[in-house]
Design a protein around this ligand. Structure first.
Ligand SMILES: CC(C)(COP(=O)(O)OP(=O)(O)OC[C@H]1O[C@@H](n2cnc3c(N)ncnc32)[C@H](O)[C@@H]1OP(=O)(O)O)[C@@H](O)C(=O)NCCC(=O)NCCSC(=O)CCC(=O)c1ccccc1C(=O)O
Length: 264
């Protein structure tokens, strides 16, 4: 029996002790706006305090995308919500890291931009063989300098992390598994069953031991939270520039950006 909570941009289901949090904006490839982030924070905090929940799954609705980051149609220097850049993205990232339960990213399609950062922060990542993952920030006038860069480097190594950000290529799920960003790749039709099976295994384990393990992993990279917060304020100033806006406008106008004109 599934218990569910009504939200507008996400779906929340308790599936036998696993909270499934599903970003439900398939028309924009599960890009997030302010409301989406607020609902995701609420859902993660709900799962954190629910004694019936032992593990959390983050995924996207439909078969096209896990999450493609900020909704570019709602981005004009600020996004449309609260927080430093109009998205309380820092609070969501902290919620995923801080809840004392494992979080699995079930990557069912594109995990791009801020969506790729969410998959990076989750404890585990299981991806469909059809998924494509990568960064677009420098192509669209943005950067997650903190969790998106320094923490990514802890996972895939400095050279690969720099390649991901500087080249803005799309990688297959298998390429990301080879780099260490994905734990397992499965045929798309088997993603839900595979994730459910990992949840069932972890639900048999001691919740306190699991929580202590997660906290201890986090300790080692905690300073990156400070980098992220500082960078968010720098990114806010960057979002107000014509150079950043050129990236957003180019994406929305479906053309290549012209950044060279901003060289002094
Ligand atoms: C996902 C793509 C690679 C898919 O490409 P393709 O197959 O060619 O399809 P498209 O025609 O491009 O897209 C299909 C359809 O979806 C719409 N769409 C896709 N992504 C978005 C989006 N993010 N916002 C709005 N709409 C989107 C697209 O317009 C099409 O709609 P139609 O109506 O059919 O025309 C490709 O689409 C792609 O690269 N998308 C990513 C775009 C992007 O720029 N994402 C934002 C990156 S920046 C970001 O996420 C920052 C937000 C943030 O979290 C943050 C802020 C400040 C500091 C740190 C962070 C942080 O990242 O943590």
């Amino acid at each position: 029996m599934f218990a569910s909570t009504p939200y507008e941009d996400i779906i929340y289901e308790n599936r036998n002790g696993a909270a499934w949090i599903i970003i439900n904006r398939p028309k924009v490839y599960n890009a997030f706006r302010g409301k989406t982030i607020e609902e995701l924070i609420h859902a993660f905090l709900t799962a954190a305090s629910d004694k019936e929940v032992g593990v959390v799954v983050l995924t996207g609705a439909g078969d096209k995308a896990f999450c493609t980051g900020g909704d570019q149609s709602n981005h004009d220097g600020d996004y449309d919500g609260r927080g430093v850049v109009g998205l309380p993205i820092d609070e969501l990232q902290s919620a995923i890291r801080d809840i004392p339960k494992p979080v699995i990213a079930a990557v069912n399609g594109f995990a791009i931009g801020g969506g790729n950062v969410l998959a990076t922060i989750c404890d585990l990542t299981i991806a469909a063989d059809t998924a494509q993952m990568g960064q677009v920030g420098p192509k669209v006038g943005s950067v997650d300098a903190g969790w998106g860069t320094a923490y990514l480097a802890r996972i895939v190594g400095e050279k690969k992390a720099r390649e991901i950000w500087y080249m803005c290529k799309r990688y297959t799920a298998q390429e990301m598994a080879d780099m260490g960003l994905v734990n397992k790749v499965v045929p798309a039709a088997e993603l839900e069953a595979e994730v459910t099976s990992w949840c069932e295994t972890m639900l048999q384990h001691s919740p306190t031991a699991m929580a202590l393990a997660k906290r201890s992993f986090n300790c080692d990279t905690e300073s990156i939270r400070g980098t992220s917060m500082m960078a968010l304020n720098a990114v806010k100033m960057y979002y107000d520039t014509a150079e950043s806006k050129e990236g957003v406008n180019a994406f929305n106008e479906k053309r290549k950006p012209d950044f060279r004109k901003f060289i002094d």
